[in-house]
Design a protein around this ligand. Structure first.
Ligand SMILES: Cc1cc2nc3c(=O)[nH]c(=O)nc-3n(C[C@H](O)[C@H](O)[C@H](O)COP(=O)(O)OP(=O)(O)OC[C@H]3O[C@@H](n4cnc5c(N)ncnc54)[C@H](O)[C@@H]3O)c2cc1C
Ligand SMILES: *[C@@H]1O[C@H](CO)[C@@H](O)[C@H](O)[C@H]1NC(C)=O
Ligand SMILES: *[C@@H]1O[C@H](CO)[C@@H](O)[C@H](O)[C@H]1NC(C)=O
Ligand SMILES: *[C@@H]1O[C@H](CO)[C@@H](O)[C@H](O)[C@H]1NC(C)=O
Length: 466
């Protein structure tokens, strides 16, 4: 018995504490703090959008400088300690930014600095998008980022980033000029197209495989008042709603217009990059009597701050997302989505489903032309656009997890266009990376990882691994 116990203690700490936490606290500067169960910081550091993404860590670390991030990674690597790196905590897969080891929360990296000379902004990796929008709006500019409150700059940008501004300026990752990255040996490097093209490519989709990003330098664009918001309809209007959806998806070519159309809650988010949309773009939706309507001319910040996700961690729901790449939103494709909803709604209700939803996300065919082919790991190809339809399932009981995970996989199987790049930020944990980045992309990403992280430190944290 004794040798086993000794071995366990050697790996995971002693009865007096978990060694890596104490070691981190001893080595870092006063800019950084370590928190333990029982403190409110520890609770906030471990909190996630979905309760199913939460785990109880041994301690949490809030690094206050890039150098301290390097010290933390050094200790975690040497002690082979599992860890999580959290930005906005919106990963819908458990273990992607959570851990039972050391939880790193990036909240202290909250800088937002606009530079009018270069038309860029330096954004700390601990920001959520609405905080960035609020600061930049006041200066008349904007960046390409998330569409509802709470989403982290880091996770969204490292995985892709579909935005209200994507029809005009591309994905969030297309708009990164530089990354400040702490590589696993503890060195702080600035990664640009010129400094390290393969690493720059790999960070555009490759998530946490290469180290911890502390700052992003993003392109900025002038931003004035916008129009839009949320509308919800009684499901009895489903045929008018579908007719409006098909019309929007097939006819609207104005890059300033955007929508997220939800089947399950029969609702829509509308966006126009200007104070009043031209006639004809949203008229069919606006003509349907709404149960709730919050559509108006407002600042970009107000639009996002007013768009709160329907369900969040505090309501206690478990969540799975999965990506359904879709080539076109025709009447028949949308009918197929409705058929799936009509099957999975009742089927999963029997297992305690709270929410079964398909989000239709139309973009223009020119979406991927705002950056050169081969400039990013995701998407694996820029030949044409596959829309990021998202299935979102929510339920209460952990004992039903596998039913919902299987459902999320089966519905994707039935609705997906074959061979299209899977979006890492919507994909269920079991998705192979080759389906996201393609064979060429994965090869380049693997070679880059072996160079930047030869000892596999970033393998100690979850996520899609190359
Ligand atoms: C309600 C909701 C709305 C969404 N809306 C959109 C949308 O409009 N557009 C869109 O494209 N996607 C959207 N998503 C998906 C979103 O992009 C992903 O959930 C994304 O991972 C969230 O980033 P985060 O920082 O909040 O997540 P986290 O869970 O904190 O992190 C996600 C991943 O990034 C890694 N990571 C975080 N910080 C760092 C860092 N500093 N360095 C290295 N790795 C890091 C984590 O380890 C983890 O693997 C949405 C998700 C939800 C739940
Ligand atoms: C939705 O419409 C149905 C059928 O017309 C009606 O019975 C129901 O009360 C409506 N629900 C709401 C919330 O208005
Ligand atoms: C942002 O939204 C929250 C929640 O609805 C609200 O309390 C807050 O006042 C809003 N912030 C601003 C600056 O409008
Ligand atoms: C740390 O890694 C970086 C990136 O791979 C490399 O340039 C640097 O030489 C390494 N430093 C040390 C001390 O090994």
């Amino acid at each position: 018995m004794l040798p086993t116990t000794a071995l366990l203690l050697g790996l995971t700490g002693t009865a007096l504490g978990f060694h890596p936490c104490q070691r981190i606290a001893d080595k870092v500067s006063s800019a950084t703090d370590v928190h333990y169960s029982g403190s409110s910081s520890y609770v906030a550091d471990n909190e996630h959008y979905a309760t199913s993404s939460e785990q109880a860590s041994k301690c949490s670390v809030e690094p206050g400088s890039a150098e301290d991030v390097g010290i933390v990674l050094g200790i975690l690597g040497k002690t082979k300690t599992a860890f999580g790196v959290k930005g906005g905590g919106h990963a819908t897969n458990q273990g992607f930014s959570s851990t039972t080891g050391v939880q790193i929360a990036m909240t202290r990296f909250n800088e937002v600095t606009y530079d009018s000379a270069t038309q860029t902004a330096v954004i700390g990796a601990g920001n959520v998008w609405e905080d960035v929008y609020e600061i930049l709006d006041a200066q008349g500019v904007n960046v390409v980022g998330g569409r509802v409150t709470g989403i982290g700059v880091a996770g969204l940008t490292l995985g892709g980033g579909y935005s209200w501004l994507s029809n005009q300026y591309g994905l969030a990752l297309d708009n990164v000029v530089a990354y400040e990255l702490v590589v696993p040996n503890g060195t702080v490097v600035t990664v640009t197209e010129g400094s390290d093209p393969d690493l720059f490519f790999s960070l555009k989709g490759g998530g946490n495989n290469y180290g911890i990003v502390t700052r992003f330098t993003l392109k900025t664009y002038p931003q004035g008042a916008v129009w839009g918001g949320f509308a919800a309809y009684n499901a009895s209007y489903i045929s008018a709603f579908t007719a409006a959806s098909v019309k929007f998806c097939s006819e609207v070519t104005d890059p300033k217009a955007g929508m997220i159309i939800e089947y399950g809650y029969t609702s829509g988010q509308m966006f126009y990059d200007g104070p009043i949309p031209p006639d004809g773009i949203f008229d069919e939706f606006l003509a349907i009597p709404a149960l709730a309507l919050d559509v108006t001319t407002r600042s970009f910040f107000d639009l996002i701050n007013g768009t709160v996700p329907i369900v969040d961690a505090s309501t206690g729901y478990r969540t799975v997302y999965n990506h359904i790449p879709t080539l076109e939103y025709s009447a028949s494709n949308i009918e197929d989505v409705l058929d799936e909803l009509n099957y999975w709604g009742p089927t999963l209700s029997a297992h305690g489903a709270f929410y079964v939803d398909y989000a239709i996300e139309p973009f223009l065919p020119s979406l991927l032309t705002h950056a050169p082919a081969g400039s990013s790991a995701y998407p694996g190809s820029r030949d044409h656009v596959a829309f990021p339809t998202n299935v979102n399932l929510q339920w209460l009981s952990e004992s039903e997890d596998s039913v919902f995970h299987d459902g999320a996989r089966q519905t994707v199987e039935r609705l997906s266009a074959e061979g299209e790049s899977i979006y890492p930020n919507y994909a269920i944990y079991s998705t192979p990376v080759v389906d996201m980045f393609g064979e060429e992309g994965v090869k380049k990403m693997e070679a880059t990882r072996q160079r930047v992280d030869p000892h596999g430190v970033m393998m100690l944290t979850g996520g899609f691994k190359v």
